[in-house]
Each structure stands twice: as structure tokens, then as C-alpha cells.
Design a protein. Structure first.
Length: 339
């Protein structure tokens, strides 16, 4: 099903819950068969797995080498692909030009759908237009909430980074923080900039921005260390990803600083750090859910013409705070690599 079958007015399109996937993917038990027979048929069925024709979906992200956040996104995408009889082709590069090339490769391979992040939307505009011209539906996830509609994407799954930043700033106001440094690991990434801008908007203390090279963790560590040594008034380091938060903790030790660390995003090690009190709190945008919904949505669109939010509104997966009060509930899922 190509985009030409999509209603011209997206505002009049029905809003269809993503949860419908569960009903649509069941392997066809007859509702007229009751009792023992129905139980036997259900036992023999491939429960929860689609029997629809095989699809190929490309997932293209701006993952940097070593950034474990994206492992969780990929796990969610793989879970949806396994359920929906989808061949998932994953590729990633923090360089927007290379990311665009991966999208072009997917177009050339005539995939059935593309899920893409828009960390640098201007660099992706042209190739997304080519995908849509080729009749390939494109959905967005994680980065690009401000741009997905302008670029003509079908749906978007992620958090509003500005809203998340503002909530983060308000949370800092309750911790006694007075001066923070917000660490951006990828210059030009609109989502990261929106996070720090949101924090600055609501935090009542002083906010400074510190740029680091997120692809070089020793450099990240030394840059944060130098900042803490130079400015003893910094009482909280705000990072925008779990690996950078854990590295910032090391910087505190090297600098002899008593500052605290709070962060956006989770991974298994970060959850343990919140439990131990090494990290004060984290914002969870549920990356597993982003990957899962993005891939599953393309199956729903091809097989039932559904698109969440009617093409007008995103599906928000965050923000939610994880701190001492609730971290133990999250820990069991984080241990599996799904939170």
C-alpha cells in the first residue's frame, strides 16, 4: 500500500490505537470454536505472530559507535519485526550525510518501509522526499518531533525534547541545584539542543552549555574534568545520555568535585547508578518502545491502512523520571536490556 491511498485530509483520518496490532497479528483462531477445540487450535497456532507476506523495513538512526541507548531501540524494533514477519535492516551513522546515504540505499533496495531519526532534519529532507516519491512510507522516531510533519513523514514516535528539558529543569529546582553545566555530545543535533534549552527555561539557577565530542569518551571525560576544575561553583552536571552520565561521574572523581550528576536516558548500568545514588535521577523516553512502535506501525500501515495520530499528532513515549523512588521497578526490565 503506497502513500497514494492515504486520505488527502489527514485531519479527518480515524485515530487508530497501536494496540490494535495485537488483534491483527493473531494467527486466525475462529471465534465460533469454543471450549477444548479452541484451546487446542490456539496451542497449535503461532500466537501473536503475523501470517502476512514478508516485508522488509529499514531502520536508519544517527547512533554513534558505543552509544548503548540505540541497542535498546534496536531490541524493540527487532521484537516488532519478529512478531510481524518483517526482515529488519538496521544501519546507523552520526554523520547526517552518511545517514542520508543509508536511506538512499534502502530506497534502491525497494524496501516496504523506512523508519528514520531526524537529528539533523535539513540533511535528510531530500532523501526522504525521494522515498515518498517512490511510494515507500516513512515514519520518524526519537529525533525530529518539530520537523516530521514538514518533511511529510507518516507518523512519529518519541518524546518532546523541549517538554522533557523543561520538566528536567523543574526537577532540578527541587534538588537545591544552583549552577549547572549541560553537556551536549553532538553539536548541531536539534534534539539535544532542545533539551538544554528546555532545562535553561525552567531552571531558576545558572545554566552553562558544554560541548564535548561524544564519539571520543576519553575526551568527554577530560573536557568535563577540566570544566569542574575551572569552575568550582558547578554543583550539578547534566548529561544527555547514559554513557556520558557514567563518564561524568568519573570526571567528578578526577576533579575532586562534590557536584551531582543527573541525566537524560537510561541503560542497565545507569539504572544501577541511580540505585546506588551515584546518579541523582534520569529521564526515560522509553527507547525500546520507540523502536517497537516505529516498525510495528509500518506493518499496520501496509496491512490495514492505519497510522497513529491520524498523521497530525506524534505518539509520545516520554518523559518519565526514574529516581530512588521508582528505580527498583525499572531495574528488572533494564537488566534485560529493554529499558
Amino acid at each position: 500500500m503506497d502513500r497514494s491511498s492515504r486520505p488527502r485530509s489527514r485531519r479527518t483520518a480515524p485515530l487508530v490505537a497501536v494496540a490494535a496490532a495485537a488483534a491483527l497479528t493473531l494467527a486466525g483462531c475462529s471465534s465460533s470454536s469454543g471450549g477444548k477445540k479452541a484451546e487446542e487450535e490456539a496451542a497449535n497456532a503461532s500466537a501473536g505472530k503475523a501470517n502476512t507476506p514478508r516485508m522488509t523495513v529499514a531502520l536508519v538512526t544517527h547512533q554513534a559507535p558505543g552509544d548503548t541507548f540505540w541497542d535498546t531501540v534496536r531490541k524493540g524494533a527487532e521484537a516488532a519485526a519478529a512478531k510481524d514477519n518483517i526482515k529488519l535492516v538496521y544501519s546507523a551513522d552520526p554523520n547526517a550525510g552518511n545517514q542520508a546515504n543509508y536511506v538512499q540505499n534502502a530506497i534502491d533496495q525497494k524496501v516496504d518501509g523506512i523508519a528514520v531519526t531526524l537529528a539533523k532534519p535539513d540533511a535528510m529532507k531530500g532523501v526522504i522526499g525521494k522515498a515518498e516519491h517512490a511510494g515507500i512510507p516513512v515514519v520518524g522516531l526519537n529525533s525530529g518531533l518539530s520537523d516530521w510533519k514538514k518533511l511529510g513523514l507518516l507518523e512519529f514516535f518519541g518524546q518532546d525534547e523541549s517538554v522533557a528539558g523543561e520538566a528536567f529543569g523543574k526537577k532540578l529546582n527541587t534538588t537545591g541545584a544552583k549552577k549547572i553545566v549541560c553537556v551536549i555530545q553532538e553539536q548541531g543535533n536539534v534534539g539535544l539542543t532542545q533539551r538544554c534549552d528546555g532545562v535553561k527555561k525552567t531552571f531558576t539557577g545558572t545554566t552553562e552549555t558544554l560541548y564535548v565530542n561524544g564519539t571520543d569518551m576519553p575526551s568527554v571525560k577530560s573536557t568535563i574534568t577540566a570544566k569542574l576544575k575551572q569552575d568550582k561553583d558547578v554543583d550539578t552536571v547534566v548529561t544527555l545520555g547514559a554513557p556520558f552520565a557514567l563518564t561524568a561521574v568519573q570526571s567528578l572523581g578526577d576533579a575532586g568535585s562534590k557536584a551531582k550528576v543527573a541525566t537524560f536516558d537510561l541503560n542497565k548500568e545507569l539504572v544501577k547508578a541511580v540505585q546506588s545514588g551515584t546518579i541523582e535521577f534520569a529521564v526515560d523516553q522509553q527507547p525500546y518502545l520507540q523502536g517497537y512502535l516505529a516498525v510495528d506501525s509500518l506493518w499496520l500501515y501496509k496491512n490495514n491502512g492505519n497510522y497513529s495520530g491520524g498523521g497530525e499528532e506524534p505518539v509520545l513515549t516520554g518523559p518519565a523520571f526514574v529516581d530512588k523512588s521508582n528505580v527498583d521497578k525499572v531495574a528488572e526490565f533494564a537488566a534485560k536490556g529493554t529499558r
